[in-house]
Structure formats: C-alpha cells, structure tokens
Write a protein that binds this ligand. Structure first.
Ligand code: ZN
Length: 259
C-alpha cells in the first residue's frame, strides 16, 4: 500500500515521464474550438439521420455524444442522456466508426473515467451510448477501488482530463452476492471480498442495498485515498458520482455518493 501514488505531487511527477500523457494534457488545453466540434457534430448528425439515428436524437437535442462537455456537470448530464437513449432503445452509437478511430489515434481526451464491474452484461461504452475516445474505463469484479485501479483513474482524470469519475455497480452483482454469502471460492477470488465486506455489513446482508452501498463506499475510497483525485474535486475540475445499472432494464439509477 505504500506506493508512490500516496502523494499527489509524487504521482504527478512520476506520471510526467509518460510522454503520451503529457501530450494528452497539452492537447486538452489546445482543444479545437467548440464551433469546430459543432460543425463536425452537425455533419455527423446529418449523416446519422440518413442512416439510423432515431427520433430521440432530434435536432433540438443535438448530438450530445459528439460535443465534449465543458464542465463536470455537463459531462455527468451527457452520460445520463446517453444512458436514457440506450435504455429507450434509441442509441446514437456515435464515435464507433473508423473515422473516429483515426481521429483519436494520435491522442485521447476522454470526458469521463469509470470504475465498473467486470460483468459481461455491463459494457460501459454501450450502456452510456459512447464510443472510441469518450470514456476511460477500469473494470474489476465488484467495482472495487484497489491501489492499481486508483492509479489508472488518476491517470484518466489528472493527465487525460476526464471531468467525471463514475463508480458503476449493477443489480445482482455476483461479487457482492458472494461476499454476503461468504462463499467458498477457488483461487484468489476471495481477495475481492475484503473490499466489499464493509458494504455488505452496512447493508445488513441485503444484496441490492449492498450493491448501492458498495458504489458509495468505493467512491469515497477513491476520493479519500487519492490526494490527486481529492484535489481535482476541491478545485471543481472533477465530479465523483455513482450509480447502479439494472441488468433487466438497461437503466442507470444514480446513487448519492457524498463526495
Ligand atoms: Zn458485478
């Protein structure tokens, strides 16, 4: 646990050695103008209208996945908007073609970073109707904050400029259920349990309540154990948020994480 990422200063100077990251940070400052993005987006929307963009993506709503949000609040709204489209069966599915692949190949500037569960039924880009270069995603069974994925998420927020750090749990999570049951499991699977036990305990063993509690606790671990993340939150450059994805409906319900 005594990793060099214990201090914000150390983390930043360590990561500064990564030239790709520096490049991304500079690129964040030199982003193309909003107008240029709008022009590009309108073009994409027009092309989409000819192909498969559904009624929900009307001109009045604009093409939210194509315009980088300017603030953490806008970034969060953009995520929920994307999930609404997805759950309504009307995704834009923008940023998923070879032109976007080529556009982001030299640099990345994802607008949100995620700590999600590894469950195959919760593919984060699809659930939030995003595409290449939009989200910086770490996934691990039970969406638990360990020192390794905290390091990844510091990279995604501090150096790549993600404006939202989102912890996404999901209904019927196997890792949470197994922790509550204190199941006998092979290999190193039980290594996950220690991270989920506080939530299981706080929820009195109720699975769905423990899933929500786990989102809240992991978000707090992220904010409290990482001075880098805490500082970004203090400076209002980053919003830490969380929610639970419903496996049956495709909808994400926000959880108040208190960060
Ligand atoms: Zn899960």
């Amino acid at each position: 646990m005594s990793r060099s990422l214990g201090s914000g200063q150390v983390a930043r100077s360590d990561l500064r050695g990564i030239s790709l990251a520096d490049e991304a940070r500079v690129d964040n400052r030199k982003r193309p103008s909003r107008r240029r993005f709008l022009e590009r987006s309108v073009g994409a929307a027009a092309a989409g209208a000819l192909l498969r963009v559904p009624a929900a993506a009307s001109a009045s709503e604009g093409p939210p996945t194509a315009i980088p949000p300017a603030t953490p609040e806008q970034a969060l709204a953009q995520l929920y908007e994307g999930n609404r489209r997805f759950a309504a069966g009307q995704p834009l599915a923008a940023h998923r073609d070879m032109s976007r692949v080529k556009e982001v190949a030299p640099k990345q500037a994802p607008f949100a970073a995620f700590l999600g569960c590894a469950d195959s039924r919760v593919p984060i880009e699809i659930v939030f109707d995003q595409g290449f270069g939009d989200l910086f995603v770490t996934r691990i069974a039970g969406n638990v904050a360990t020192s390794e994925n905290i390091g990844s998420l510091e990279f995604g927020t501090l150096l790549l400029g993600a404006k939202v750090l989102y912890v996404l749990g999901h209904t019927a999570c196997g890792a949470v259920t197994a922790t509550i049951k204190a199941a006998e499991v092979p290999g190193q699977i039980s290594g996950l349990f220690q991270h989920i036990r506080p939530a299981a305990k706080a929820a009195g063993g109720e699975v769905e309540k423990a899933i929500r509690e786990n989102v809240r606790i992991q978000a707090q671990v992220l904010a409290e154990s990482s001075p880098v993340i805490a500082r970004l939150v203090r400076q209002k450059q980053l919003l830490v948020a969380g929610g639970v994805y419903d496996l049956a409906t495709g909808r994400v319900t926000p959880v108040e994480v208190g960060v």
